[in-house]
Design a protein around this ligand. Structure first.
Ligand code: PMP
Length: 553
């Protein structure tokens, strides 16, 4: 089935804004853009139906209540739940996992075990750690190789005491999609009538890319967030088997979740309201309803095939770029390519891409154990959605090529062993030369070249020298000699080093009065840096400037 991504994209008004016409949005694993239908549903709710639900019975309240329960029914269909009673509205996957951890663990005995994996989002690690501490439970991890879980070896960590197996349906850091049928098989083999073992699937990523059928998967619980599948933020779904939800204690207490309140005890409401304390995000639920309808009217298989084509193409292209270390695998991947630049920092690369209006994410992606096991502290992650086009991925790969060409020359000379910090030779750096570059790209290249005059100085990398307010780590030291001030700088970021070189080329060796007389903010603006660099990079320059001025005075 052919899929026209350009046509699909037209339903997303953000891309039609003049400022976003060239935008390449590859940060979909963080959140997706919203179609017009979702935006309209949110506005329409406030325009026509705004009232609190369930508690009162006037016309508007009835309309809002009907809307909420209609969306719940639609959500049951979306996940193939047996009934709407099995659908609990939550703030998102995080809240749903916290609810499950709180409620399931409160019934466990000390020494009971919970199995998770190294590929989990922090939302599926931290709540279990918290509950394990509180109830003296044991956390076990699926066997892994260099951080990659071997889900086919799940059976090795199951024991008589395993009560919960909570695993990702797709990793947000690498895209890795476990074989859910294989997991189901192992759990089926393990389960006997006497063993109360619950299987939770974190489908925050999965639901964005595949049709989710909880009956087919065979899980007991499943969680997801609407904002990952074109819906609004602030609303997510918890699916739970009715018999299990019924037996579980509620999580939060308050209005809506009760049938009757006495002075010292209360009777809880029926499912699913028992788990929905307080006023729900009603407009977000209306938006969720529109997102579910939007997906129901879309060809999801064709969308998934298109995403897979883009993801495979990206992996193939990136494999040809020798300056990158690609960490994700194209097999069983929901649509993510994750990598690091061999030379320079991931943050530098992200800012370079941002300068070309390409949105990707850099960091540990709330999956620190996985990223750490890959030997990294941060990766660049590009994640696709169905509105991404072939042009998007081509522009992205071309930008990577340009960056790698720029960054390929080696970094500055190694430090002299044992020496106290010495000065960098900045005498060759001329602001005029920087200013004379024809366009922004050449100027940026020149700035990166300037960064190379700052050699590595592990001796100054101490907490007391850290520059506050700089997004990338930077260290600045200072000494005064004969009324003149001298500085030395170090950073992992080539751009920060370039900006530091620019700053130090102006102030190094000058008296405090001379430094104060300089209008460095004006110079920064005149060079077009404020306009072209991201705000966090500009802030980094001003943070360096502030610290240097403080040191000089
Ligand atoms: N699990 C996974 C796999 C995710 O990708 C995310 C969001 N990045 C979450 C859980 C948490 O979702 P939310 O922030 O919407 O609660």
């Amino acid at each position: 089935m052919s899929f026209d991504a350009d046509e699909f994209k037209q339903q997303f008004p953000l891309f039609a804004q003049a400022e976003n016409r060239q935008l390449v949005y590859l940060d979909n694993a963080a959140t997706t853009q919203k179609p017009q239908a979702v935006i309209d549903a949110i506005c329409d709710f406030y325009r026509h139906s705004n009232a609190n639900t369930h508690r009162s019975s006037h016309r508007l309240a009835r309309r809002a209540t009907e809307m909420v329960e209609r969306v719940r029914g639609r959500a049951a269909g979306f996940l193939h739940a047996a009934s709407a009673r099995e659908i609990v509205f939550c703030r998102g996957a995080t809240e749903a996992l916290n609810l499950l951890a709180y409620s399931l663990c409160s019934e466990m005995q000390p020494g009971d075990e919970i199995v998770i994996s190294t590929a989990e989002h922090h939302a599926n690690i931290v709540p279990w750690q918290m509950m394990a501490q509180r109830h003296r439970l044991i956390l076990r991890y699926v066997p892994h190789t260099a951080g990659i879980p071997q889900f086919d070896r799940l059976g090795e960590v199951l024991s008589e005491r395993t009560r919960v197996v909570s695993l990702t349906g797709g990793s947000n850091a690498l895209g890795l999609r476990p074989d859910l049928a294989g997991i189901a098989r192992q759990l089926r083999d393990w389960r006997t009538p006497g063993r109360a073992l619950r299987w939770i699937v974190d489908a925050a990523q999965l639901a964005a890319h595949e049709v989710v059928d909880v009956q087919k998967i065979g899980c007991d619980f499943l969680v997801c967030s609407a904002h990952k599948f074109y819906g609004p933020t602030g609303i997510g779904l918890l699916y739970g088997r009715e018999s299990l939800l019924r037996a579980m204690p509620p999580w939060q207490g308050g209005g809506e979740m009760i049938a009757e309140v006495d002075l010292y005890s209360s009777h809880y409401a029926d499912l699913p309201h028992k788990f929905e304390a307080g006023t729900s995000p009603l407009a977000a639920i209306a938006g969720l309803g529109a997102a579910l309808e939007f997906l129901a009217n879309s060809d999801r298989d064709a969308m998934a095939a298109h995403e897979q084509r883009l993801m495979l193409w990206l992996h193939r292209e990136l494999a040809t770029l020798p300056g990158l270390r690609v960490i994700s695998q194209p097999q069983h991947n929901l649509g993510i390519v994750a990598f690091t630049p061999g030379n320079g920092s991931a943050a530098d690369l992200m800012h370079w891409l941002d300068g070309r209006d390409i949105a990707v994410r850099v960091g540990h992606h709330c999956a620190q154990p996985l990223i750490r096991a890959a030997g990294e502290t941060a990766t660049v992650r590009a994640s696709v959605a169905a509105y991404n086009t072939q042009r998007d991925v081509e522009v992205f790969v071309q930008a990577l090529r340009d960056y790698l060409q720029l960054a390929e020359s080696p970094q500055s000379a190694p430090p002299q062993p044992g020496a106290d910090w010495g000065l960098d030779d900045l005498s060759v750096l001329q602001v005029e030369q920087l200013a004379s570059q024809r366009d922004w790209q050449d100027r940026y290249r020149e700035l990166m070249r300037w960064g190379k005059s700052i050699r590595a100085k592990p001796e100054i990398r101490r907490p007391e020298n850290l520059v506050r307010g700089c997004e990338s780590e930077a260290w600045l030291v200072h000494r005064e000699q004969g009324g003149r001030h001298y500085f030395a700088l170090d950073s992992d970021s080539r751009v920060v080093k370039g900006l530091g070189a620019l700053l130090l080329s102006q102030i190094d060796g000058r008296s405090a009065e001379e430094i104060r007389a300089l209008d460095l903010s004006q110079m920064f603006a005149d060079l077009g840096l404020e306009k072209h660099l991201s705000r966090s990079r500009s802030n980094g320059f001003y943070a360096l400037l502030r610290q240097a001025l403080a040191q000089a005075s």
